[in-house]
Design a protein. Structure first.
Length: 323
């Protein structure tokens, strides 16, 4: 009878089974490790890039024709950062010219004096004699009291007929000052509008590193809208608002993961501190700008110093903290 040796097949099966089991074990262990690690993390929402920077703004409405800087470019105070083509129509120019004309006429009127009408008696010659006769007729009963009153109106009680005379009284100095100021403002607006028919240049008032915002060539901008940010990249950080309960679980040095500029990045917690509502203080974004009374603590997280990575001020992300 022919004998078949199956030991080789058994050994091959055993090796494959062991390899498969090993891979399964590694996969299960890896999943368990990942779930364990994820269970030991907490998320911080609405974390934003903050720090020492100044937003350079457009003071006119128009279209960004050209950005003259790039991310990370060093700038000096007075450097040009963008060119904007301003939208000023001929109708708007005409309206401003009309406004200047009205202001000029108003000032001339005030300088001439404010017109005031006062009652005066005119043509009084002989009126006193006529009034005396009417009074005598009333006393002898020839005319009634109503007729006597009418005579007083006509003859001004013997002083003449009453007429309204227009005189001019000088305006007070405060009124004249306000009128001159309004005229100056109207003329200034007209000069500015005439000069804005073409392109205007935006310059930075401070030096630093260019950190572009979400504005590019062709973008429509309004007065007061930020064009770029100029700041100190060494002082940019992530700031996340948290509740007191969550703040109690976090300490400086904890590892943080987040996504910025389309890439996973990491840092550490630098500080956990009480937030203060400090709107309008200094060039940096105020803590009170998005102040949440429920999340009145904040976590400050470091940003990596990578070549070609220029954090955009105000950029938001979600941060995972390893506990």
């Amino acid at each position: 009878m022919l004998e078949i040796d199956i030991s080789r097949n058994v050994r091959r099966f055993a090796r494959r089974f062991a390899a498969g089991f090993g891979l399964l074990f590694v996969g299960v262990a890896g999943t368990a490790w990942y779930l364990a690690m994820e269970s030991r993390t907490t998320e911080l929402y609405d974390a934003r890039v903050t720090g020492s920077y100044l937003s350079v703004k457009s003071w006119t409405a128009g279209t960004v024709e050209k950005l003259l800087v790039s991310d990370g470019q060093p700038l000096k105070a007075g450097d040009k950062v963008a060119e904007i083509r301003v939208r000023v129509t001929e109708e708007e120019i005409a309206e401003l010219e009309k406004n200047v004309t009205v202001m000029e006429q108003n000032l001339r009127t005030l300088e001439q004096g404010v017109p005031v009408q006062k009652p005066v008696y005119a043509d009084g010659a002989g009126d006193s004699e006529k009034m005396a006769q009417m009074q005598h007729l009333y006393e002898v009963g020839a005319i009634s009291a109503a007729e006597l009153g009418q005579a007083r109106t006509v003859y001004g009680g013997g002083r003449g007929q009453v007429v309204m005379e227009t005189t001019y009284e000088p305006a007070d100095e405060n009124t004249l000052k306000q009128a001159r100021r309004r005229l100056e403002q109207a003329r200034s607006a007209l000069v500015q509008a005439r000069g804005q028919r073409g392109a205007t240049t935006v310059t930075t008032p401070v030096g630093g590193t260019a950190l572009l915002l979400e504005v590019g060539a062709g973008s429509e901008v309004l007065p007061g809208q930020p064009i770029i940010a100029v700041g100190d990249v060494e002082r940019l950080v992530l700031t996340a608002p948290v509740t007191l309960e969550k703040a109690g679980k976090l300490t400086p040095g904890m590892y943080a993961r987040y996504k910025l500029a389309g890439k996973e990045r990491s840092g550490v917690i630098l500080a956990v501190e009480k937030s203060e509502k400090t709107e309008g203080k200094g060039p940096e974004p105020a803590d009170g700008e998005n102040f949440d009374p429920e999340r009145n603590w904040r976590v400050i997280i470091s940003l990596p110093r990578e070549e070609g990575f220029w954090p955009r001020p105000g950029a938001a992300t979600t941060v995972k903290i390893s506990l």
